[in-house]
Design a protein around this ligand. Sequence first.
Ligand code: NAP
Length: 316
Amino acid sequence: MENNLRKTVIIGSGPAGLTAAIYACRADLAPLLFTGSGFGGQLMLTSDVENFPGFPEPVLGPELMDRMMRQAERLGTEIVREDVVEVDFRNYPFRIKSLNKEVQTLSVIIATGATPRRLNLESEKRLMGRGVSNCAVCDAYFFKEKDVAVVGGGDTAMEEATYLSKFANKVTVIHRRDKLRASAALQKEAFRNKKISFIWNSVVDEIVGEKKVEGIIIRNLLTGEKSRLSVDGLFVAIGYEPNTSLFRGQVELDEKGYIVVRNETETSVPGVFAAGDVKDYRYRQAVTAAADGCKAALDVDRFLKTKEEYISQLQV
Ligand code: NAP
């Protein structure tokens, strides 16, 4: 086979991409994986991870990703620590270009994830993983009997608030308008919950605390009035941006920019598969992304079997 023609190329190095690499190695597909500059994805911004199976003690997010990476490398993944800058899925074999490398490939797994929207406050960045979180399922447990706030008025914010209410003493939702955009069912559940209260027409201007969250400064958008709310945690639930700009016009995206899949991992282009948060706004967990990566690698293996004749011609 030509030097730069690969059986499979994986784009992304979160749990989905690295698990896909591990399974692709085991299927003898000698994968090449572009990590992107944000190696490891969202877990790199997480401190203790307590819900990934196999770790009886908490494991730090970056350590978990480092372990997955070493496992993928040990099994034979070629790792390229660069961002992909261009793809061509219109011609076959597909073409993928990073800054210093260009490869052709018989299949692709897209696992570029999604980026949580931020409030863009300096204090948010500083206190991320120290009381500021994007994931109630991951972190609610740390806020037993504590007071927390959630920013946002969509489905995620309502789900986060409801989930947090199982642990926290009090959950305050802060929303910039006077109406939620969440589905009726999720709104109803949140309004019914005695632990959840709402502050309307307001935004968070500042998160107070040096080493951990101690409170937030809220600004009412109608009156301009500022107030302080004492909380131990702030959950930012203002949506996600799927990292799909590179694939616009190449594979089908939904109206929010997520990759549309059929049969779990198949994109609109045969031979191009997607795994993890780049196509999943529902579960968004490390373990579900990892499971998706596994499925995508198994589906690639099946796809390549349908190409055996084509591949043997290339090898002549
Ligand atoms: P979303 O629907 O885009 O909602 C984001 C919320 O954050 C909106 O209320 C928005 O306010 C607010 N917001 C955005 N930027 C903000 C900022 N800079 N400061 C303050 N507030 C800001 O995002 P999502 O809730 O993550 O949902 C994404 C998609 O996943 C949706 O299609 C949703 O239906 C789906 N989803 C479904 C489920 C489920 O079915 N169980 C669960 C989770 C998500 P405005 O309302 O003023 O725009």
